[in-house]
Structure formats: C-alpha cells, structure tokens
Design a protein around this ligand. Sequence first.
Ligand code: CP
Length: 312
Amino acid sequence: MLSVRHLIDTTSLTADDITQILDTARSFAEINSRKGIKKVPALRGRTIVNLFLEPSTRTRSSFELAEKRLSADTLNMGGSTSSVVKGESLADTIQTIDAMNVDMFVVRARFAGTPQKVTENTDAIVINAGDGKHQHPTQAMLDLYTIREHFGHLDGLKVAIVGDLAHSRVCGSLAPALKTMGADVTLVAPPTFQIGDPSWYNCNQTNHLDDVIEDMDVVYMLRVQLERMEGAAIPSRREYNRLYGLSLEREARMKPDAIICHPGPMNRGMEIDAEVADCARSRILDQVTAGVATRMAEMYLLLGGEGNGISD
Ligand code: CP
C-alpha cells in the first residue's frame, strides 16, 4: 500500500512508495512483454474516468492501455466534448460523474491545482496526469523506472535536467523524486529558464551545459515549452540549440555508459538534435514503454487490487 490516497505530486511520496511503484511496474512490464495475452484481472469491475482537458499523446494512450490491461472499465472525457464547453464548472462536472459511482479519475489539465480540486469534489481516487506548470508525477515514475532499469539503482547517480525548467512540470516532479531516491541532481538552464530558488530541493544549478555534461550518468533534456512562454525568454531557436541543445558533439563527450532521456514531445533541432534522439544512448522510446507498466502499477496500488493475477 502507498502512503498517499491520491497521486497528485511526487513530493508527497516516500522512498518506500516509489520503490513499491517501480517494483510492481516490473511485474507488469513482464506481462506487457508477453507474446500472447497481455491482460490481468487486477481491476476487473473498477471504473476509471480519463478526464483530459489538455492535449496528450503519450500519457493519455498509455493510461488507456494500462487500464485495458488491468481489465478496468473506462470512460474517456475531453474538454471539447463535454459540457465544460457550455460553461459547466469543473466542480459540477466532477460531481456529475461522481454520482455515477466511479472509482478513479485520471486528470490532465492546463491549470496547476486542477487534480487537487477534483479530490475536493469526489470520493474517488485521483491521479494527476499533468497539471499546468505544477507536477507530472506519473511521468517522473516512468523516468525513474527507465533509469533504474539501465543502472540497476538510483542512489548516487548524477542526473542533469536540462532546459526549460521554469515552465516544466516534468522537472517539478522528477527532481524531487530523484532526490528522494538519493540521486545527485544538477539543473542546467539559461538564467531566464532557471528555478528562482537556488536551494530548491538541494539541487545543483548551473547555466553551462558544457561544464557538467562529461560528469553525468543521465542527461535529461526538457522540451522548450513555447506555448507556456510570455515574451522573448530565449534569443532564438538557433541560439538556444547552440548553447543548450544536445548535439552529436556533446553526446560524444558523455560518459561511456551514460544515457539520454526526454519526456516528449520533442522539438528536434532545438533542445535535441535528431541524430541524438535516435542514437544508441537514447532511452526515449524505453520511457514510453515504461509508461504503461508504471501507470498500471500506480492504479493497481492506489485501488488496492487483490486476487489480481499479477503473478500469472
Ligand atoms: N510526456 C508527456 O506528458 O507527453 P504527452 O503530453 O504526449 O502526454
């Protein structure tokens, strides 16, 4: 059992919670890699609502797939196809669905705090699937899973998170989770993208990727979130790529066993060059694969699946 009722952020998770999620995900990953039937009865009879009020490819599809593989019943709702477009409030929308007696909401939203607000209008369990610039905890769990699968552990690893930190819910979730698991985290960004607080979760901070890249076990590139920017935060796409982009020249200077991650979607040619995204060190598609197993683990642990067939 996890120490939290809802999965809203990674700062509420203990090291034991995170280890439980990653270990459980490993069992589900074995089921997902079967040649035959990739399905267990773990959440049969449970109803999960996917409320996606902001676009998503990876998170939405992996949640839907994870729910199907756990045998849950699902209801998919988007902002543009619900009565939200007629002006219905979020609270009324949640209370309406709640009245149909559902077990879980998975919520992706443009505004920070929306999943927390959902918890205030339902007795169902809530998972945050990314809210504004705040948190993306299920992304952090798939990232930790991918890194742990490569190195066999997380403690003591040196991880650089590079790029648009200021607008990044991925950084907001990943950095604290890595620190909880004993990793050494360095935040790399231009001054306009840095975290304002220099003591933030005891992470190291620098403006110079070239000063640290040779020392890192993991180089985690963030998408430049052009849609969340106000004004000219960076001089130009080309200048950003020159100073902070992961080029083949920089990739060649990484430690022999070091890996590259990116949450997607990528701006190829801006924060990461196309050849680097597809190179042998890249774990970007492994992250996507891990998304299904880790989300299965989170839903299973939060809903207390029993008689589950997990060891079938
Ligand atoms: N990484 C991530 O959240 O991607 P999507 O927006 O496609 O879900």
